[in-house]
Ligand binder design. Structure first.
Ligand code: BGC
Length: 768
């Protein structure tokens, strides 16, 4: 039997070899391939590979040079070209465009010995060229279908441009808005974060990974990067195992369950061990406990950075630690390509570890269909049709509207009347068609967004005047440049104030520039940057009818605005269609339904602040009014946030009543909950109905509230509906310190409402 299998593999190997030596004729071997499982193909190919070629598959280079033209000054392009030819490269990132990708692919396919195609990675984070809202904004929609659609549009555009692998979704949960990358995730909650992680993976990968409009996804950054101490970028994370298992890991597990093909580790260390070298995370949890069969890529140079962390002596030891820990591909630190062969030859690293990594990488390449046709993603004609299509613009506009959160609307200042009003549009971001794109938009053209001013001008029934008022930055920033803030220039104030004085309504567009959040953009001060606060106060001084439209990538401190400004609209960085989305919401052509995926604090000192906190032993003031000190609070700030997780208003109003649940259930029974929702206002609208539980006592202390269900419910004005939820063991249990999942009998409370402050409550008992 064994001899038969060996003979069979040998035949396959010969077929493969003939296929690969005839570099242009992949089709010739395809019929044989199709009969065999990917595992057999992978093993057969592995049999043909030298150790050097195997290690080559584990190496990823950045395509920073123009691959069809001369190499840039100071780059090591020649070495990289040489490595491509020698089969010392398995993947490239940030090469883009059908022709450019074809050019690199051609080098490996035609010039390297085995012609194994490259997998081409790219940060397709919230769109490729046609941009959706930043991921945090999309999360505010709580609309899984729309989020999935948005990812599929991004995938289709990228796949038409030569790319077959995205470094997204970022599924890092974070409770710290000082950290600039909160814009890239789904916010603070593991339940919402897990649902969104799944939707994004489904959107990118689709049903069929080998289709020409789907790409492999990456769950990143494994793990706990979102817990960077002090919100400072790249900082260490020190968290206990209960937080790790219950808050950090669930969204990664969800991505894995959705079939994500790759994981990326983070830059951070976790409890003293860089996650790039963390065997516990990568081997024990990811590859063993979760049985993940895709591959793990390092973050940019994070293998080499283990030396700087003080965890590895040199690059060679860093490579050894990383491969043993379970990192399969090295992004840009060259540690594997430079060191691994020697490490194996010296007996420091078992070749079996290399084989395992290469098998995982090859499997994904086979699944993408790259062996059937390495140029399948390189169709310039398709590229020109798909990118920026009307259909894609429509999809990102839809997503943008759904992402907007109405934070406040006093006296029904919104929606605006469509005619007969004089409107002043003021603010440094009002006419900005670049900032709206956010910071993750490598493939899209600068200034390709629609500014709020442009969007508003399409409604012609009102007279519009525009004044910038102030600048936010000294010059247009770029992805890698430091920002140069403009803190002092108030020369535009006078004109802005006069425009405000002579208008019926002022739309103030303030916030952060798109490049003020994102990687490397941590902040200690979360006020409106620069002179914007002063501008807002001066404008409000002459006209109280102010609508504040916020553009930002993270929760900001908005106490003054909340106390004074009658209407506040959270419009994040909404991507290409920003202006159209904002205008449709301000004019009431779309009734906003977004809900915050992250708590907005009252002050930076409250951070980390999140709704699913613990009770502590002293949660309340024992004698309100007596100024008692011995309870869990700040003496100079309230405990509550400015806007809780889940908060968001509508132009209509909703009433919750009649919550129903039986008294008791056995652990394995379905807990059914129902609630009555009524639209009590003057508009048709949509509400995100949220269900929270509290496990009153347990072997490990549980949070005061945990989101365990949500539903988007559309109601016509005056309409009511019964909304049903069901909870199972999946929602009612938790992980203990060892990562074991427990469902304990006991008493639970249930809350249903329109935000995490929901007070409509019931209770049930879970019995053995
Ligand atoms: C980021 C990753 C990203 C990678 C490649 C790193 O700096 O942390 O999220 O995918 O660069 O661009």
């Amino acid at each position: 039997m064994k001899r038969n299998i060996t003979f069979f593999l040998l035949c396959i190997s010969v077929m493969i070899l003939s296929g690969f030596s005839n570099k242009t004729d992949f089709k010739m071997i395809k019929p044989h391939f199709q009969k065999d499982s990917i595992k057999v193909k992978v093993d057969s190919l592995l049999n043909l590979m030298t150790l050097e070629e195997k290690v080559g598959q584990m190496n990823q280079y950045n395509g920073f040079w123009d691959v069809t033209g001369p190499s840039p000054e100071g780059g090591d392009a020649e070495k990289k070209y040489e490595d491509l030819r020698k089969g010392r490269v398995g993947s490239m990132l940030t090469v883009r465009g059908a022709d450019q990708v074809r050019a690199v692919q051609k080098i490996v396919v035609e010039e390297s010995r085995l012609g194994i195609p490259l997998i081409i990675g790219f940060d397709v984070i919230h769109g490729y060229k046609t941009l959706s809202p930043i991921p945090l904004a999309e999360a505010a929609s709580w609309d899984l279908e729309a989020i999935e659609k948005s990812a599929s549009v991004a995938a289709a555009e990228a796949a038409a441009s030569g790319i077959n692998w995205t470094f997204a979704p970022m599924v890092d949960i974070s409770r710290d808005p000082r950290w600039g990358r909160v814009m890239e995730g789904a916010g603070e909650d593991p339940f919402l974060g897990s649902a969104i992680a799944k939707a994004r993976v489904r959107g990118f990968q689709g049903e069929d990974l080998s289709a020409i409009n789907t790409i492999a996804a990456t769950a990143k950054h494994f793990a706990a990067y979102g817990f960077a101490e002090g919100g400072k970028e790249y900082n260490k994370a020190d968290i206990g195992t209960v937080t790790l298992h219950n808050i950090v890991l669930p969204s990664f597990k969800a991505a894995e369950e959705a079939g994500v093909k790759t994981f990326m580790n983070g830059f951070n260390e976790l409890n003293g061990i860089p996650v790039t070298g963390n065997e516990f995370l990568l081997r024990d949890i990811l590859k063993q406990k979760w049985d993940f069969n895709g591959f793990v890529i390092s973050d940019w140079a994070s293998i080499g950075e283990m030396v700087t962390h003080g965890y590895a002596r040199d690059n060679a030891q860093a490579a050894e630690i990383a491969v043993k820990a379970g990192v399969d591909m090295d992004m840009e630190s060259s540690s594997y390509v430079d060191e691994l062969v020697e490490l194996v030859k010296a007996g420091e690293v078992e070749e079996a570890l290399v084989d395992d990594a290469v098998r995982r990488i090859l499997r994904v390449k086979f699944e993408l269909g790259l062996f059937d046709d390495p140029y399948k993603y390189c169709d310039a004609e398709r590229e020109s049709v798909v990118i920026g299509s009307e259909e894609n613009q429509k999809a990102v506009l839809d997503m943008a509207k759904k992402s907007i959160v109405l934070l406040k609307n006093e006296n029904n200042l919104l929606p605006l009347k469509k005619e007969g009003q004089k409107i002043a549009i003021i603010g440094p971001l009002a006419d900005d068609d670049n900032s709206v794109l956010g910071s993750w938009r490598i493939a899209s053209e600068d200034h390709s967004g629609i500014s709020v001013l442009e969007g508003m001008k399409q409604y012609t029934g009102n007279e519009i005047v525009y004044e910038k008022g102030a600048d936010l930055l000294k010059k247009d920033p770029t992805f890698i440049n430091e920002l140069e803030f403009n803190f002092n220039d108030k020369t535009g104030f006078e004109k802005a104030i006069s425009a405000a004085k002579n208008s019926d309504v002022v739309i103030l567009v303030l916030g952060e520039h798109g490049f003020q959040s994102g990687e490397g953009r941590s902040r200690t001060n979360l006020d409106l940057p620069g002179v914007q606060q002063e501008l807002m106060e001066k404008v409000f001084g002459v006209n109280k009818n102010v609508v504040l439209v916020l553009n930002n990538g993270r929760p900001l401190i908005l106490n003054w605005a909340d106390e004074n400004i009658p209407a506040i609209v959270e419009a994040w960085h909404l991507g290409t269609q920003t202006g159209n989305a904002v205008a449709q919401v301000l004019y009431g052509d779309y009734n906003p339904s977004g809900k915050l995926p992250m708590t907005f604090p009252r002050s930076v000192g409250q951070i980390p602040i999140y709704y699913n906190h613990k009770n502590t032993g002293r949660p309340v003031d024992p004698q309100p009014g007596a100024n008692m000190v011995f309870w869990s609070h700040y003496s100079d700030e309230e405990n509550s946030p400015l806007y809780p997780f889940g908060h968001g208003l509508s132009y209509t109003s909703f009433n919750y009543s009649n919550i129903k649940v039986e008294n008791s259930f056995a652990v394995n029974e379905e807990v059914k909950v129902s609630v009555e929702l009524s639209n009590t206002g003057d508009y048709d609208g949509k509400e995100v109905v949220q269900l929270y539980i509290r496990d009153l006592f347990a072997k490990v202390v549980r949070p005061v509230k945990e989101l365990k269900g949500f539903q988007l419910v559309e109601l016509k004005k005056g309409e009511s509906k019964t909304v049903n939820f069901s909870l199972t063991e999946k929602e009612l249990g938790y992980y203990d310190q060892n990562g074991d999942y427990l469902v304990e009998p006991g008493d639970f409370e249930i809350f249903v409402g329109g935000d995490s402050d929901a007070t409509l409550k019931s209770a049930f008992k879970l019995t053995k």
